[in-house]
Design a protein around this ligand. Structure first.
Ligand code: SF4
Length: 1023
């Protein structure tokens, strides 16, 4: 670089008033070179840094605009290509059309067509024999012809059109024959650019550059690169960093001088690597605007560097910018696309609301996370219509509780507020849905309408920082670029794919180096800024050079057959990448530090250094061998995020960690004194590890009386009592702290109904069918199958409207299973002619759902505990049958398979109470129809095909009071230990928030005989 800069300086000196054109690959490159000249005190005038396309536009632009021809936005290219592909006449054989909905298809096709056009190919120039398949040739030729026509019809010009037009008028070029033109190698990237640059009238000056021993030229160099004047580098008094020029031939390098200008390290993770770079900058007191960090893996390192620089308040510029997905607006729009594609799944929307990426205007008292909770509580499922009905039901239920005169005023106000919040969420979702032009994912949608919906949605995204604001602007701009294709009507999934691709490619916070700021760039652009210290990070073997993947559209063999050396193959690309990166390394100046991360912490893998480090090691130590073992020895221990010296720390945590390195447990008192939070958690940990049952294990004395089921005016359900026996800690979280577990149920395209939804459907069909028979005072007969099927159909249709299936085949499979289960149920009923259902879905303790059931009552059933206390019980008994001998049987349907172990014993330590509680309730409820009812048994009935109509019956005269007494005492004593059996945690929604060793600790404390757990121990003793 220095040689080239010197050449430019000489030109400026010698040809001060003459126009001098410097052809560069990008505006950034031109800007950096120009700025360097100035910084190095070289005055220049009439020096223009331009790309070949800049000159072409200056020539062709006025002519194109005189003919009303505009420029095609590059971002539109993939969408245009996909539209043209799908619009091809049916007589064109389909090849890529069969894969049109695959992610990346449009981009790959667009890239291949650009390559062909920039190599000078038109639709008619493609030889069929060059392609692997005639069908493929026919389709690519057709799509290129369609594209050429599209450009003509829409009066648009792409890069190839501009270059061709400029070539036609090159005699009128802005360059004059006596202007000087120097071309930096790499400025021309296509054959059309080369032809155009070659045709430009100008006096060409061969650029000078230093020779890099053993560096291979790519095949493209033969035509794409200008004639270059290479100079040998002096071998005397070169610094060690400048000896990187001999990276490919370390044995031929001059002797190292050991001036410390070239160093290397390895780190235990990317974060540690970046941290080490920052430590070195700070500890050497380098001015940050004299430092450049060149990243071999741009996106991963750029994001982390940006985040760390922000944290430490270091100004930073990123030449490659940040991927848009690091910003909230981009993530929000992508999540919106996912939501639409999931057929408006409530789980998807809840995740988005709780992600923090969204800031819906719901009022100051209702955050996005709270809106997610309301939505979850409403039981919304899937489909556009689910939100209106479920949130309205939720609001109505809250409002009815708000009117309950038995509740305290604060509680009533709480429910009223909840109802209003549910209504606000409903209104917000309704407005959101109104803007989304998708009613069913099976339909077609206009790209323009969907892009507009996404664009409007951006204003709902959170913008907390500079990057978010840039992300919001960039998304809107990217979506605007789709406007020329606004009327493209395609299936929703395909159009969503186009929107996603366009949004995902967004980059933000791109910046060139500026005074006072650290500069971060890619390895391919390293050194242009000419900073005196360069850290080259991410030099692991996997990531420095691109992997040689073939282009999926134009294969290597086809490229070679069409235009050998012009259309680059996968191998050519690798050779070019190696050439480019080695050249950048060879041109670095000042101090250079090379590093890599030897651990992939996310995937728990070891990482290996690139051969660049191996060769650099030989430059530093000519006696070193080419072995990784020797390199590792030289590099020493991988650095960690902890700085070696406390004074190098960039923040408090680094300072502490550095001080504590190797200090051992003796340092703990100092740490705990400085961090009271840590002190408290250490104490809590110690208490949890002991054998006593403590406040840190769920001993909350004050909560006991507040949660006492004997004094509460609220009725309790059988399932709530059973759940306490399984895990008192969960009971405390839910009823004591009011903490609801976050459900994380992914929508599964292979499932229509979840087990609970399916169970509810079966229960309601059983009840409706048997009620109709009860109305007619008869038992079922074979011909009732027709009626049962009708009920099934209507019920399923209604449920389908609320919960649209994601797949018709899944829906068909599940409805067939449901029908089979119900046929099976009917067959079992036919074999029991002597029983009569007298009660169906008999609710007690809460208002019935609109269906009149004689035995039902809104009053709870009172259970006397026999010690002067009572408990109010609520619930719903699935069925009460009168048997032929006049006695009654209480039945609870179970839709699944019978696992005998769960029904072993009588009460299973309080985990199996429903049979006893319901038979106790039934005795009271049946008084309405029988003055002295004899309830003989209480049965769990596995009524489906999987349950094989098995029954597990218990006698109805069991005394449940002693168990309830112990259970109530366990609650009142304030002891809420975690479950003591792993099995109980398996399906628990709180599992993610529970200590992993909690069950083990809880079991140990349970066994230890701590008196506090006496009542709970007695409860579990009721087997
Ligand atoms: S995960 Fe286990 S211990 Fe934790 S709340 Fe659930 S059942 Fe209790």
């Amino acid at each position: 670089m220095r040689i080239f800069l010197r050449q430019l300086a000489d030109l400026c000196e010698k040809h001060r008033w003459q126009s001098k054109w410097v052809l560069v690959a990008s505006h950034a490159q031109g800007h950096l070179i120009g700025e360097r000249l100035v910084r190095e005190g070289i005055g220049w005038a009439n020096l223009r840094f331009v790309t070949p396309l800049d000159i072409a536009l200056q020539i062709a632009g006025p002519r194109l605009s005189a003919s009303d021809v505009g420029l095609l936005e590059q971002e539109c290219g993939p969408s245009v290509m996909l539209k043209l592909l799908l619009d091809l006449p049916t007589d064109v054989p389909a090849y890529f059309r069969l894969l049109a909905d695959q992610p990346g298809m449009a981009e790959a096709l667009w890239s291949a067509v650009c390559d062909l056009r920039l190599a000078g190919f038109g639709a008619n120039d493609l030889l069929a024999t060059s392609f692997a398949s005639l069908v493929k040739h026919a389709e690519i030729a057709a799509v290129m012809a369609a594209y050429e026509k599209y450009l003509l019809d829409t009066k648009l010009a792409d890069t190839a059109s501009v270059l061709l037009e400029a070539l036609r008028w090159v005699a009128d070029s802005v360059t004059r024959p006596d202007d000087l033109l120097v071309e930096l190698p790499g400025a021309c990237t296509s054959l059309l650019e080369r032809r155009f640059v070659t045709a430009l009238p100008a006096t060409r000056i061969a650029p000078r550059k230093g020779r890099i021993p053993e560096l291979l030229e790519s095949r493209r160099s033969a035509w794409a690169f200008p004639t270059v004047e290479t100079c040998d580098m002096p071998t005397e008094s070169v610094t060690d960093a400048r000896r990187l020029r001999w990276l490919l031939a370390p044995a031929k390098a001059p002797e190292p001088v050991g001036d410390g200008t070239l160093e290397m390290f390895r780190a235990a993770g990317i974060e540690a690597e970046i941290q080490e770079v920052l430590y070195r900058i700070a500890s050497r007191q380098l001015a940050i605007d004299t430092v450049e960090i060149a990243c071999a893996q741009a996106d991963t390192y750029a994001a982390l560097l940006w985040e760390k620089a922000q944290r430490h308040g270091w100004p930073v510029t990123l030449q490659m910018g940040l991927p848009g997905v690091f910003t909230r607006p981009v993530r929000a729009v992508l999540a919106l696309c996912d939501w639409i594609e999931s057929n408006f799944s409530a789980d998807c929307l809840i995740r988005l609301l709780q992600s923090g990426d969204l800031a819906p205007a719901l009022g100051d008292d209702l955050s996005s996370t709270a809106a997610g909770r309301i939505l979850r509580r409403s039981g919304a499922t899937i489909g556009r219509d689910t939100y209106r009905s479920s949130l309205a039901t939720q609001a109505a239920s809250d409002r009815s509780r708000a009117k309950d005169v038995e509740l305290e005023p604060e509680r009533r106000a709480y429910y009223e507020n909840r109802a209003m919040q549910a209504e606000r969420v409903a209104t917000w979702i309704s407005n959101l849905l109104t803007g989304i032009p998708v009613t069913s994912i099976a339909d077609d949608v206009a790209l323009g309408n969907l892009a507009q919906a996404c664009s409007s949605f951006v204003s709902s995204a959170t913008t907390q920082c500079l990057e978010d604001a840039a992300g919001a602007t960039a998304v809107v701009r990217a979506l605007d670029a789709l406007k020329p294709l606004a009327d493209l009507h395609r299936p929703v999934r395909l159009v969503l794919g186009l929107v996603r691709n366009c949004v995902r490619d967004v980059r933000v916070c791109i910046g060139l180096p500026r005074p006072g700021a650290l500069h971060v760039t890619t390895l391919a652009n390293a050194g242009y800024a000419g900073r005196s210290s360069t850290f080259v990070v991410g030099l692991s073997e996997r990531d420095v050079f691109p992997r040689g993947f073939e282009d999926p559209v134009l294969l290597d063999a086809e490229r070679t057959a069409l235009a050998p050396g012009t259309l680059l193959t996968s191998r050519d690309r690798v050779v070019e990448a190696v050439h480019e990166r080695i050249e950048r390394l060879a041109n670095l100046e000042g101090n250079v530090c090379l590093s890599f991360s030897c651990r992939d912490l996310r995937n728990g893998r070891e990482m290996f250094p690139s051969w660049i480090l191996l060769n650099a090691h030989m430059l530093i130590d000519p006696n070193a061998g080419l072995s990784y073992q020797q390199l590792n020895q030289y590099l020493g221990e991988p650095v960690s995020v902890v700085p070696k010296e406390p004074e190098n720390a960039l923040g408090d945590s680094g300072w502490w960690l550095s001080l504590l390195r190797g200090a051992g447990p003796a340092s703990m008192p100092h740490v705990l004194r400085a961090f009271p939070g840590l002190d408290r958690s250490a104490k809590a940990e110690a208490m949890r590890n002991g054998l006593g049952f403590t406040a840190y294990d769920g001993f909350v004395r004050q909560a006991g009386p507040a949660l006492d089921i004997r004094t509460s005016s609220q009725a309790v359900s059988a399932s709530m009592l059973e759940a306490f026996a399984i895990c008192p800690f969960r009971h405390f979280l839910h009823y004591g702290l009011g903490v609801d577990a976050l459900e994380n149920r992914e929508e599964n395209v292979d499932v229509w109904l979840r087990p609970d939804e399916r169970g509810r459907l079966l229960h309601s069909i059983y009840a409706q069918f048997l009620r109709e028979l009860r109305q007619e005072s008869r038992r079922p007969v074979e011909s009732d199958r027709i009626r049962l099927r009708q009920i099934v159909k209507v019920s399923i249709d209604q449920l389908r409207a609320q919960i649209p299936p994601l797949s018709e085949s899944v829906f068909a499979r599940e409805t067939a299973e449901i029908l089979r289960d119900l046929e099976f149920f009917l067959t079992a009923e036919l074999q029991e002619p002597n029983r009569t259902p007298v009660g169906l879905e008999v609710s007690f303790g809460f208002a019935a759902s609109g269906i009149e059931e004689l035995l039902a009552t809104p009053e709870p059933v009172t259970i006397d505990l026999g010690d002067g206390h009572k408990v109010l019980l609520c619930g719903r008994i699935d069925r009460i049958d009168r048997l032929s001998d006049g006695s009654f049987e209480v039945i609870d349907y179970k839709p699944g398979r019978l696992y005998r172990d769960r029904y072993r014993g009588t009460f299973a330590g309080g985990k199996l109470l429903q049979h006893a509680l319901y038979s106790r309730a039934a005795k009271e409820l049946l008084l309405k129809v029988d003055p002295a009812p004899h309830v003989a048994s209480s049965t769990y009935y596995f009524a489906t095909e999987r349950g094989a109509a098995q029954r597990v019956s218990f006698p109805a005269d069991l005394d449940v009071s002693p168990i309830l007494r112990d259970l109530a005492e366990a609650i009142v004593s304030g002891t809420f230990p975690q479950a003591i059996c792993d099995d109980d945690c398996r399906w628990c929604d709180y599992a993610r928030g529970c200590a992993t060793d909690g069950v083990e600790q809880s079991a140990a404390k349970f066994e230890s005989g701590d008196a506090a757990l006496a009542a709970y121990r007695r409860l579990l003793g009721h087997v």
